[in-house]
Write a protein that binds this ligand. Structure first.
Ligand SMILES: C[S@@+](CC[C@H](N)C(=O)[O-])C[C@H]1O[C@@H](n2cnc3c(N)ncnc32)[C@H](O)[C@@H]1O
Length: 262
């Protein structure tokens, strides 16, 4: 894969994701909202794409699979570990239906198949106009109310690492320190929808940099994400090795190398 220059890492969401793929080298990548496939094809290992109406313009590699259904239907009908050989998702990109509840559902579903070092990127959290943030699709660019995720996750999941990065054109929410056992979002689901689907973006727009705690792209953020993933993988290897030594060999999440050795 060609490297992009340092200055262009955050020139758009494609360059940003390309850089993340180069640095994180995810073993399992999942994307909701594939469209032409340009961001899906950044994945070098297993890639799972979900889109009810994909319009692929790229060739699919052998280790890529597209599920032609909504992400809600996909997660209701597939056990992701069954598709990945029990490996968790390392990197996910949420870019499907531009509505708060759809992006929230995607995050909740992805987290069930995560590890602590998993990185989830949510696109379109920074509408550049009030019109773009409407819940009805707009002809001149539409982010919908996905921006609500920044506020909802900060309030209800302060344990997550969360950075709203000023990636043109419409921002990127980057999350890590996931916990597959955490049920807070599911438990508070009705409350979260009532609270956050009611937010009027017109009241936020002028102050959005402060409200979203917007940060510019920095290599330090990516360094942190890489380190978190490496720590999480190392912990999984230690757990797996302990199980092995204790005579309890089993496939451990995040440990495909040991699993495949057995
Ligand atoms: C903005 S495009 C994705 C672009 C792509 N990720 C990229 O960066 O090149 C949004 C896609 O989401 C898909 N989509 C719409 N509703 C969806 C849903 N409920 N679940 C998954 N994908 C959905 C649309 O068909 C469309 O292809």
């Amino acid at each position: 894969m060609d490297s992009v220059s340092n200055a262009s890492y955050a020139s758009d969401h494609y360059a940003f994701l390309q850089h993340l793929h180069e640095r994180l080298r995810p073993e399992v990548y999942l994307e909701t909202g594939v469209e032409h496939g340009s961001t899906l094809q950044l994945a070098q290992a297993q890639a799972i794409g979900i889109d009810p109406q994909p319009q692929l313009t790229v060739a699919l590699r052998e280790n890529m699979c597209i599920y032609e259904q909504t992400s809600d239907d996909f997660f209701a009908s597939h056990e992701v570990f069954g598709l990945t050989g029990h490996r968790p998702i390392d990197l996910a990109f949420i870019d499907g239906l531009h509505l708060f509840e759809a992006a929230l559902n995607d995050f909740i579903n992805i987290e069930r198949y995560s590890h602590a070092g998993t990185v989830v990127c949510i696109h379109d959290v920074l509408p550049s106009t009030v019109k773009m943030a409407a819940r009805d699709p707009q002809p001149d660019g539409w982010t919908g109310d996905v921006f609500g995720l920044v506020l909802a996750l900060r309030e209800h999941r302060p344990d997550l690492f969360s950075a709203t990065i000023d990636v043109p054109d419409t921002g990127m929410l980057v999350l890590s320190n996931l916990d597959p056992a955490n049920t807070t979002l599911r438990d508070r689901y009705p409350q979260i929808l009532a609270q956050h689907m009611a937010i009027d973006y017109a009241r936020i727009h002028e102050h959005r940099n402060a409200v979203f705690d917007l940060v510019p792209y920095s290599e330090a953020i990516v360094d942190f994400l890489v380190e978190s993933m490496e720590v999480s993988r190392a912990r999984a290897r230690v757990r797996s090795a302990c199980d092995f030594l204790n005579g309890e060999p089993r496939v451990r999440l995040g440990d495909s190398r040991l699993a495949s050795v057995r």
